[in-house]
Design a protein. Structure first.
Lengths: 249, 313
């Protein structure tokens, strides 16, 4: 267990010396900033609030955040396992008394920590908006949406870690992760208006529904918590199996 | 300390090592010698628990590499080939990270100690990625020594050192060999000859010879090459010599001097002397040349195409 922390700590620190991580953080914050500013000025011009209306903070910040995650989170995870395989440091780690699952979990935890920092930084928009709103934003609902966001990020990063174990080429793992995420995001699309068993299954598997149906509106459904947690566990398990697979190749 | 029995590793169709059996005692330096692709890296990866064997058993430091891998890994220091490193970490950071993974108490102190042992203390704050190959090798070695392992396994540890560094490192290895079991691989014979108490020659995944460096060279040179000199030009002697039982080849380069290749395992000098004398030549010189390890190696491994080894993945 201690190994997870050791691995996570090193990996987390590595994010702050890596240009990729800064590029990702920059992309997140610049896009979110533009969207926020656009919405903000429009609302002021339209007097949607300040004149009594309430700004849709979750819609302005967290909703674009989840969309950006689809395209940017693969860049956060692409290097994690791929680089270890490419440079051979995997051999170093796994001939030390470190178990495969500890390695995989540590890597994921580091990515989660890094994304949590970016999520935390978006709080600045909340502070700004709160200033312009009377009697202030609905903090409870926003907090719930943030918790949901973190659950979703956890699952998305687990998918990314899994993708990162598949190849030793970072570009390949980037696109693999993006493909998995988009597939999970869109899996229910062909079944939107269906009610059959298959449709129920695919609708349940759909990533976005588990965020947008409840968390997004400020309510918590245990089913969504279970969904994201099991997805995280499943992909970390799969990633571990892939790392272990060198043993039977 | 290391006990290997019938070790076999197959990668799909290809067999990398086949039925290896050998052992290494405490305080012994064992050299694993063979051409590239002979199966040295595969064997070492099995011994360090990185990959399991397809068949056979390996016990390192009293634990089975397959069923008690974690216990083995705690007791083995491993320097992989090409020294994998994290280029964006400094030497101290890197060693500290490895020490933390190995859960070493008083990490800071131990890292300082190890840096002193491998003489890297002046570069402690340099990024590992900026170090020369030789310095990087030292860092890798330091990492392998952190937890005072009972068994030290090093894959091509002499690579990348300049001649002066090699002298220092050999001295270090000999010191380490006194209270560790050291197993190192190399394809450079001079290194094995100089460093090791025992040499295992491996080719195409099988052991072709195993002995001390001295015995190994005398064993084969027991046959080997005999130098013979007679008075005069020695006309007709070449055919006579070739006719002696056990002679595989005879050549003459200078008039009256002959180089005779003989089958291993027997000393043909008496028979050759008789043949010379009974043919009425006057024998001036007759001596056996000691084969260098280099020649033994070529002799043992010749004629067999080395397989390419899957080091890259």
């Amino acid at each position: 267990m201690k190994n997870i922390w050791t691995i996570a700590k090193r990996e987390f620190n590595m994010y702050f010396v890596s240009p990729v991580a800064y590029a990702v953080a920059f992309a997140f914050l610049i896009v979110l900033g533009l969207i926020f500013y656009g919405n903000f000025t429009q609302a002021v011009v339209g007097a949607g609030f300040g004149g009594g209306g309430s700004p849709d903070y979750v819609g302005w910040v967290l909703s674009p955040f989840t969309t950006l995650m689809l395209f940017l989170s693969p860049a956060v995870t692409m290097r994690l396992m791929a680089e270890e395989q490419r440079t051979g440091t995997l051999e170093l780690l796994l001939t030390a008394p470190v178990r495969e699952w500890e390695l995989v979990t540590g890597k994921w935890l580091a990515a989660f920590g890094f994304m949590a920092v970016i999520v935390f930084l978006t709080g600045i928009y909340g502070l700004i908006l709160n200033n312009y709103t009377t009697p202030g934003l609905d903090r409870g609902a926003i907090l719930v949406a943030y918790v949901g966001l973190l659950f979703m990020i956890a699952a998305m990063l687990a998918v990314g870690v899994f993708a990162s174990t598949l190849f030793s080429n970072q570009i390949a793992t980037f696109f693999a992760a993006m493909a998995f995420l988009l597939a999970l995001w869109l899996v229910s699309l062909p079944f939107r208006n269906d009610t059959g068993t298959l449709a129920t299954v695919f609708n349940y598997l759909d990533f976005s529904g588990h965020f947008y149906n409840n968390f997004y509106n400020g309510s918590v459904d245990l089913a969504d918590v279970v969904y994201f947690s099991s997805l995280t566990a499943l992909f970390l398990f799969l990633a571990t199996r892939v790392v272990e697979s060198r043993r039977w190749r | 300390m290391i006990q290997v029995d019938g070790l076999t590793k197959r990668y799909g169709e290809r067999t990398a090592v086949r039925g290896l059996t050998f052992s290494a005692k405490k305080g012994e330096i064992v050299g694993f010698l063979g051409p590239n692709g002979a199966g040295k890296t595969t064997t070492m990866r099995i011994l360090t628990g990185f990959i399991p064997p397809s068949e056979g058993q390996a016990v390192v430091a009293g634990f089975d590499v397959l069923t008690e891998s974690l216990e083995v890994r705690k007791r083995v220091g491993y320097l992989p080939e090409n020294v994998p490193i994290y280029p964006e970490m400094t030497v101290v950071q890197y060693l500290d990270f490895m020490a933390e993974l190995r859960q070493i108490p008083d990490r800071e102190e131990r890292v300082d100690e190890v840096m002193e042992v491998v003489h890297i203390e002046q570069r402690a704050e340099s990024f590992v990625g900026n170090l020369s190959k030789g310095l990087r090798q030292r860092v890798g070695l330091g990492q392998a020594l952190l937890h005072k392992p009972e068994v030290l396994i090093m894959d091509e540890p002499m690579d990348g050192f300049d001649p002066q560094e090699q002298v220092d490192v050999k001295k270090l290895f000999r010191e380490l060999g006194q209270d560790h079991t050291v197993m190192l691989s190399t394809h450079i014979l001079a290194h094995a000859q100089e460093l090791c108490d025992r040499i295992i020659i491996i080719n195409n995944g099988v052991i072709v010879a195993e002995d001390t460096p001295e015995r190994l060279s005398s064993q084969i040179a027991g046959g080997g090459r005999i130098h013979l000199k007679v008075d005069g030009d020695g006309t007709g002697l070449l055919e006579t010599l070739r006719g002696v039982a056990g002679v595989t080849d005879a050549q003459t380069k200078v008039e009256g001097e002959f180089e005779i290749e003989t089958a291993p395992g027997q000393d043909l000098r008496p028979a050759l002397a008789r043949a010379v004398v009974s043919g009425n030549w006057n024998l001036l010189e007759l001596n056996r040349e000691h084969m260098s390890l280099e020649e033994i190696f070529i002799q043992l491994t010749k004629g067999e195409e080395p397989e390419a080894e899957g080091v890259e993945e």
